[in-house]
Ligand binder design. Sequence first.
Ligand code: SAH
Length: 155
Amino acid sequence: LVVVASLVDKVPNLAGLTRTCEIFNCECLVVPDLSVKEDKRFKGISVTADKWMPLMQAKEAEVLGLLSLYRKRGYTIIAVEQTARSLSITNFKFPEKVVLLLGKEKEGVPVGLLNSVDQCIEIPQFGVIRSLNVHVSGALLIWEYTRQMMQKNVS
Ligand code: SAH
């Protein structure tokens, strides 16, 4: 599982994602700028997770190229986003090789990128607020992926 957080710019979200990705043994977390590791706020939240978690740098402009590279390597590209054609996380069966693309804190995943993913997945919401926090959304998808892979391995 590769998590692309190139569109995420808040340090606490990047730090939280680093920690969550490390704990669930994700293959790689892509961040917009590796220098975020030196940020004091990052260190406080990631609690050294960046030492064990493979981080890679890609700016927003490089995301399209990165996604097509992963697709060529057999990965299914999934945007974590609420759209009219999103599938619910409750009935999606994850393949093993997956790239999760997370959206921008304010605008979500830009339309240009949404058009180039294989699938959009959303988490059902029952409250009044428009959307979940991006790290929370990523964590829920990472957990569901992990749960499904664990189930595969016991059956
Ligand atoms: N598109 C939102 C704003 C982005 S929220 C809006 O129009 O208000 C930041 C990011 O969190 C999104 O791009 C997406 O990656 C993720 N996210 C938030 N809520 C989500 C949900 N219910 N399902 C899937 N992803 C979600």
